[in-house]
Design a protein around this ligand. Sequence first.
Ligand code: GTP
Ligand code: MG
Ligand code: ZN
Length: 358
Amino acid sequence: MPPSPDPEQRLARIGWRAQALPSDVDEVGSVARVVAQHRAGYQLHDGVELYNAQPAARFLKRDLDPTERPAVGDFVLVAPGKPPTIERVLPRRTELKRGAAGESHQRQLIATNIDTVFVLSGLDGDLNPARLERYLLLVQGSGAAPVLVLTKADRSDAVDAIVAELEQRIVGVEIHAVNAKSPDSIAPLLVHLGPGHTAVLVGSSGAGKSTLTNTLLGETRQATAAVREHDSRGRHTTTHRALILLPSGGCLIDTPGMRELKLTGEEQLDLGQFSDIDELAQACRFGDCAHGSEPGCAVQAALADGRLDPQRWRNYLKLRDELAATADTLEAQMRKKGEARVLTKALGKRLNEKYGRH
Ligand SMILES: Nc1nc2c(ncn2[C@@H]2O[C@H](COP(=O)(O)OP(=O)(O)OP(=O)(O)O)[C@@H](O)[C@H]2O)c(=O)[nH]1
Ligand SMILES: [Mg+2]
Ligand SMILES: [Zn+2]
């Protein structure tokens, strides 16, 4: 039998980053990472092997906020047994969430404890900068760093022009144009996938998330499928999130393509992608400037002399209004649950001041 690696090494393999272990870990059992969630339960990896586990009963309570349940990327404390039981979710370093699809106002976890979010978009169809900005706003709320990956560079004649245009609009974010099928082409992404690092892939169906996963793995593990000929749309081939241990030492989470990208209400427009617009707005003559026809409006001035892209401004306004509405709902919901703690109130107030419609 090969000697079992020491616990530190074992945990590093699943992306654990020398956080302090809970003091009662030995009494409860051991630490593992959630690599998949299925109807029948969870699949965990402890750095040596994969095994199945059930969540403790309290995770199944109907009124529990879904974000409090174990999710892919979580480090969990597991009690031994047949089957083993997930007793606790250890504190999360980062959380990528979105507003749940449909009418519900709940939030849904996409992945946790991630360092990098690769936002994928194919160069074959219409590249949609507004949608990329929406992704970047969701990532902004997560605590992880975004990297834009434009796939299917081998299928487009205008790669350089498209990238140059996108770089004008999306500032301060790493952008790579790649052929997701080629190990050489995707090599620049490996700096985000070394030991101790975890990245998640997001993007529309057909963008090439599973193709990229397989190339990084050096084998075909994730199913992929050709996109529709006439509109380059994918076929929702991947149906479950899966955390995969890469030969480069890092962890990668492949996800199903997302149809809908709702904000959670926790994003901050003054950080990240749109911080320059926020700064502009502060330079307006009037503190409550609506950036319409007021004299001394710095936003209108920037639009007039080309410093501010009008499409980007329009998308900002749209996201701002959506964020304000979502933040209101979030606050009302918390209050209803009796959870309107000081922190939440402060958050709501701040959001209203900043983004409340005039
Ligand atoms: N030529 C080329 N084809 C690619 C590239 N990336 C992905 N593809 C193809 O695009 C199709 C869709 O790729 P997938 O990897 O299944 O896409 P996905 O993002 O995982 O899609 P879902 O699982 O449905 O969310 C497949 O036929 C891939 O072979 C690329 O960079 N170049
Ligand atoms: Mg896929
Ligand atoms: Zn103004």
